[in-house]
Design a protein around this ligand. Sequence first.
Ligand code: FES
Ligand SMILES: [Fe+2]
Length: 445
Amino acid sequence: MLTPQDNELLCRIENNAAMGRMMRRHWIPACMSQELPEPGGEPIRVRLLGECLVAFRDPQGQVGILAEACPHRRASLLYARNEDGGLRCLYHGWKFSRNGTIVDMPSEPPGSNVATEVKQRAYPVKEAGGMVWAYMGEAQSEPVFDPPVFTVGGNVKLSISKVIVDANWAQVIEGGIDSSHSSSLHSDEMRSAAGLGSAAVVMNERHGVSGAFTINRPSVDKAPRLKVQITDYGMRYVAMRHPIEQADTHEYARVTVYIAPFTLLTPPNASFSLVQYVTPMDDTHTMFHFVAWSDDSLPGHGIDQEVWRTRSGSRVGIDVDKNYRNLRTLENRHLQDRQAMKEGSFSGIRGTGNQDIAMWESMGCITDRAGEWLVSGDVAVARFRRMMVTAVRAFDNGQPPIGAGSAPVFSEIRAFEGVIPKTQDWHSLGLGPVPAIHPEKALGC
Ligand code: FES
Ligand SMILES: [Fe+2]
């Protein structure tokens, strides 16, 4: 449990909340590169940390992020013309460069100096690993950008699912560091089968409800034992389960990495590795990007984007609208199918992503953590909260923000899953250089 005061510290990110200020000291996953497919194309709305922004790809191919409301009379720049040199507001024609400078003001007479006095809010942008990243903090505090490892070299297949969740960011992170739920909530898609790891990905449509495939797990153990390691970038934890084979001498280990404040590396399978980006839009809405990536060293070598989105229940136009708003909501109970449950489905909810979202949203926009009863399987969740509340208090007292300024971690840390001897120290799992992958393939889906 968490006191109401600490819950507020953990969850609130809008306006001048300390957690929001700490998040502004990091590069923020803002949207997918594929949402801005063509130079000079349509701007999109991006809401980050309580601010409404527009992202656009200029005719030269560079991405910019500006405040949505025009500084003149606040018309939306979503409607703006995307011209050489910047966005031109439709209403009176003011034109803004990617850095927010006004480069044309046709509504003012010659000699007017208004254009030099006004600036549109603009944020620095990077593009890497299929994502657009924004920095929303003070210029003098801008951290070194640590790109995802799958932009660094190699031969990669990259698929991203995206959905907007009607719940606070911390609930989404907690879903990613809660290993024990997968054995129940996702049991339609995660089946038990002997082996050395989550090796098999099988195309499957079961009960008319589950996703497009099943991941076989080498364990029937539903009560993992969790151990947590707090690090300078966040935390890692292992969930140990008894394996189906060699249970006397081995453990089935799943290591999850949390890179504060936005990134989770969740345990891979034989076909692809997994990254979750959890971006707070405001106090009660969160952008959830789920990345499956692989190089050709993996036997299954990745997953196509539409199959990935089918599995996650986030196909555009079918599961989510074109703005990535989920068509499954609390109001329609996430289209849970009770008949399918009678026929064998555990959850009755299509796709692992929607199963998670149904649980996150059902807890309330900002859940009351004083009303919980945590158990041993919630150790990582409890440590995450304590770590972040401690970090945000320290930040408010002038200490550096957690995770910013430390050595790059994407290239050195991986999640892990597999059957290991009981004598092996789990702390060594997933460490060491991550194989390089070709940058030119990084945007392929
Ligand atoms: S409102 Fe944008 S130029 Fe007037
Ligand atoms: Fe889940």
